[in-house]
Write a protein that binds this ligand. Sequence first.
Ligand code: ADP
Ligand code: MG
Length: 209
Amino acid sequence: MKVIAVLNQKGGSGKTTIATHLARAFQFDGSSVVLIDSDPQGSARDWSAARDEQPLSVIGIDRPTIERDLKSLAKTDYAVIDGAPQAADLAVSAIKAANFVLIPVQPSPYDIWAAADLVELVKQRIEVTDGKLQAAFVVSRAIHGTKLGQEVGDALNGYGLPVLNTRIAQRVIYPGTAATGGTAFDSEPDGDAARDFILLKNEIEQLLK
Ligand code: ADP
Ligand code: MG
């Protein structure tokens, strides 16, 4: 099993949107996948429950036992962890369980600075695992057609973690589909949002090889 943890203590950075869509992208590709809701607020579980026939398995693990609890799901190809809004014990547990930590950041220096504690935890773990743990930023909620400002690029590069080529744009389809337990893959499988997430999945898959 490959475990991808979508983490950032900042609420509204797009963790749940990215976790649900990334999990669906793996599923559309024919992989088996489980979405782990580690947020005690249970947004991903609420999302799942809003739909009668939810194609994605969503399991709540909102105590710092993620690594050991995932062992019973070892035969599943991918687990995507939807992170909690804090950088303490739950984040540590998700980082320990992960092969890849994906950190969504909105393209603003304030949001990037707010990731400092998380980046520190992730870097410690990369050292402990001799580089087996991978981590990267993904720019989230980017205004379509605008370039990232120099300050944003500099602030991100200052952390010394890679920034993925794929960006997730700000699009109305995300809140629109969330309310009914869906994703862009359900309403517009050939649309721009679904395409972004196929690119994101491909990029992460490539790095995990
Ligand atoms: P988090 O899980 O980090 O708190 P969410 O994914 O729940 O973030 O996003 C917070 C709010 O912003 C939700 O209402 C969501 O629909 C909206 N949102 C997230 N990402 C996007 C995006 N790329 N485009 C438009 N709205 C978004
Ligand atoms: Mg969330």
